[in-house]
Design a protein. Structure first.
Ligand code: URA
Length: 408
């Protein structure tokens, strides 16, 4: 009985494959209701899952839908995924760089539910950009341009989709095993040969401690290897937002700026590390050699031109990107050093401005968001601009600035 399976997990015991199948597949076909699945998921959040249970769940997610096969596209395809962060526009920078190094990239991303937009929301802020491609379109574009950046195609992991929506609504997202199975099943179904995961840690991330980030990283590597896919991880900080822009069109503009070789901060460094790791995995060369190639494609303008080429091929026009003209500059009330910029609070503010969606039906305004004028470690004086808000209208937005900036 389903009740016995829930009880077994509540007592922290390991479930058999048959029990896992019964409850999860029952949920997919509708015989297990939401209330039973929510309490089961909560038991998982509290007691965790064993390695074997995590593998079984990944397999159930994976085999619930299509599994894509791009083996007829020449070259080693490396997929990259971030566990989610604020201002995370790395895909927009990394994909054209890697493609410029001669490595084919098929990057499927999602819209997001949460305080900030997902990669697809960011791409859709480029007028005309088509995110829905058929598998034939993908093959043609990869042959001609070397890369695609698109929404998920086919029906990948419908069981994960159903469980994830319930996790989101029932406060049960926070489980290392569930996150690992959810992400890795989609990556494996996506058809890449090798996988790179950027595991975020900090205030604005799922993983709040280094220890948990390491646990998540280890189990994802084990799952990847279980399916014969070389998997590497990078653990990167998400206390403060990544880069300076949080908002869809603003983030595309920032990505373009980085691709033009104009910015060299922590965001640039992370993009170079991710791109170099992907190139090193695909070409089987050292990280150092890959980094030289990567930096060369940025310096020569090749990566920037590749971004424009991908966008144009998918019908987009970067000249048409619209940023709201209703701006408000927020200035410091005190002098001191910026000790912290709270990623989660910036994300909430950006969502309040209209850049994120809390419900699936919510409309995103691509032109709004937050631009940070300072970074952590910088000295500020009274009256110095801390951030610029790009708003829908000139109306006053209510938020607590002391929750965003820590200045001492
Ligand atoms: N992203 C996913 O796809 N699944 C999770 O569980 C968390 C982040």
């Amino acid at each position: 009985m389903i009740k016995d399976i829930i009880n077994k997990k509540r007592l922290g015991e390991e479930l058999t494959e048959e029990e896992m199948r019964m409850i999860f597949l029952g949920y997919l076909e509708g015989s297990v209701p939401d209330y039973q699945m929510s309490s089961f998921l909560m038991a998982i959040c509290i007691n965790g899952m064993t390695e074997n249970e995590t593998f079984i769940l990944t397999d159930l997610f994976l085999n619930s839908g299509d599994i894509l096969d791009f083996s007829n596209i020449p070259g080693v395809k490396v997929d990259k995924h971030s566990t989610g962060g604020v201002g995370d526009k790395t895909t927009l920078v990394v994909v054209p760089i890697v493609a410029s190094c001669g490595v084919p990239v098929i990057k499927m991303s999602g819209r997001s539910l949460g305080y900030t937009g997902g990669t697809i929301d960011k791409l859709e802020s480029i007028p005309g950009y088509q995110v829905e491609l058929s598998l034939d379109d993908v093959r043609k574009q990869v042959a001609e341009v070397g890369a695609v950046m698109m929404g998920q195609t086919g029906k990948l992991c419908p069981l994960d989709k159903k469980v994830y929506a319930l996790r989101d609504a029932s406060g049960t997202t926070d489980s290392i095993a569930l996150i690992a199975a959810s992400i890795m099943s989609k990556k494996i179904a996506g058809g890449a040969d090798k996988i790179l995961i950027d595991v975020k840690v900090g205030r604005g991330a799922f993983m709040k401690t280094e220890e948990d980030a390491k646990k998540l990283s280890d189990i994802m590597i084990q799952i990847g290897e279980h399916y014969g896919k070389e998997t590497r991880t990078i653990i990167s900080n998400m206390d403060a937002p990544l880069g300076v822009a949080v908002g869809n069109a603003l983030e595309v503009k920032e990505a373009l700026y980085i691709l033009e070789g104009k910015g060299k901060g922590a965001f640039y460094e992370l993009c170079v590390l991710l791109a170099s790791t992907m190139v090193s995995m695909a070409k089987d060369i050292s990280l150092e050699d890959a980094k030289n190639l990567v930096e060369e494609t940025i310096a020569s303008g090749q990566a920037y031109r590749k971004f424009l080429e991908i966008v144009a091929y998918q019908g987009g026009d970067v000249e048409g990107i619209l940023i709201s003209s209703h701006t408000v500059s927020v200035c410091s009330q005190q002098s001191g050093i910026v000790r912290g910029i709270n990623a989660l609070e910036v994300a909430k503010l950006s969502c309040m401005l209209g850049a994120g969606r809390m419900k699936k039906e919510d409309e995103i305004d691509p032109s709004v968001g937050v631009f940070l004028n300072v970074s952590v470690g910088e000295e500020v004086m009274v009256g110095d601009p801390l951030m610029t808000l790009y708003q829908k209208t000139g109306d006053k937005v209510v938020y607590d600035i002391s929750k965003i900036f820590e200045i001492v």
